[in-house]
Design a binder for this molecule. Structure first.
Ligand code: ZN
Ligand code: ZN
Length: 271
């Protein structure tokens, strides 16, 4: 018996780019046979739906509205609904699992945190940090930034990506032995293609977002769910994309280690 969870999704209440309500998303995933979902709306550094000039409490209340609606709907349906969020820095984005609304209310300085501070505080709270779609290359992303030091694992596949970005992520994960997850980054359940839904398959039901965070940090049995054929990309047809390590202490951005090109299979590094 296995249980399917969505790990990356948005609502129109929390995310400016979200198109479906929390309740619509909950109904959709229940129909799709998922055991549960984790709502990860865009937070303060990203495409959040809430104006910045409101008091912190109101900002967080409004930010959590999509999750709360999904939770209420999920309780009617028997779908687990957990809280998380997606924080953006410089195009590099992180999915946070574990801490809840009360924790956000108690940390109004969070929007000024560095990636390092984010990791430390989330760990202190018992949570986990996953770098979302690390090799996504879009017009809003100036360069690919790898936050290897600032996460507990990476999202190796994302429905919003092109498969070749995810092929790079797969080689990156293999080269560094990273824990991997997958997610649909679903903004609109009315147009989502059921055949391309992603997520993680777990051997048991989750009790909470902290439970999932513990599973990530203990490198528990998390199997990324990736549609068959998604990663069957001809690597030779994939254009080279410059990628950089993030090092907040050094404040410089350096090219990934000389000689490693994540757009090529790892076993071709030396050739
Ligand atoms: Zn979005
Ligand atoms: Zn997202």
């Amino acid at each position: 018996m296995s249980f399917l969870y969505e790990t990356h999704m948005h609502t129109c209440q929390g995310s400016a780019c979200g198109r479906s309500t929390g309740a619509e998303q909950a109904r959709f995933y229940h129909e799709m046979g998922y055991a549960g979902i984790i709502i990860t709306d865009h937070f303060t550094g990203g495409n959040i739906a809430v104006p910045k000039d409101l008091p912190w409490r109101e900002r967080i209340d409004r930010f959590c509205a999509g999750y709360e609606e999904a939770l209420a709907e999920g309780q009617k349906l028997g779908l687990d609904v957990f809280f998380g969020w997606e924080q953006n820095y410089d195009g590099d984005e992180y999915l946070i699992y574990g801490p809840d609304k009360a924790w956000l209310l108690a940390h109004p300085d969070i929007e000024h945190w560095t990636r390092q501070r984010q990791l430390e505080e989330v760990h202190k709270a018992g949570g986990a940090v996953i770098q979302a779609h690390p090799f996504r290359n879009r017009d809003y992303i100036r360069y690919i930034l790898l936050g290897l030091k600032y996460c507990d694992g990476i999202e190796v596949a994302n429905t919003g990506n092109k498969p070749d970005f995810d092929l790079s992520a797969k080689h990156y994960a293999e080269a560094y032995g990273l824990l991997t997850t997958a997610g649909s980054d679903n903004h609109n359940c009315a147009t989502a293609n059921p055949a391309l839904l992603m997520g993680v398959e777990l051997p048991r039901r989750l009790e909470s977002a902290f439970d999932y965070a513990r599973m990530i940090r203990s490198r528990g049995p998390i199997r990324p769910v990736i549609p068959r054929g998604w990663l069957d990309v001809d690597v030779n047809a994939v254009p080279h994309t410059p990628s950089y390590w993030i090092d907040e202490d050094r404040r410089d951005l350096r090219r990934v280690p000389t000689g490693i090109d994540f757009l090529l299979p790892v076993d071709r590094q030396s050739t």
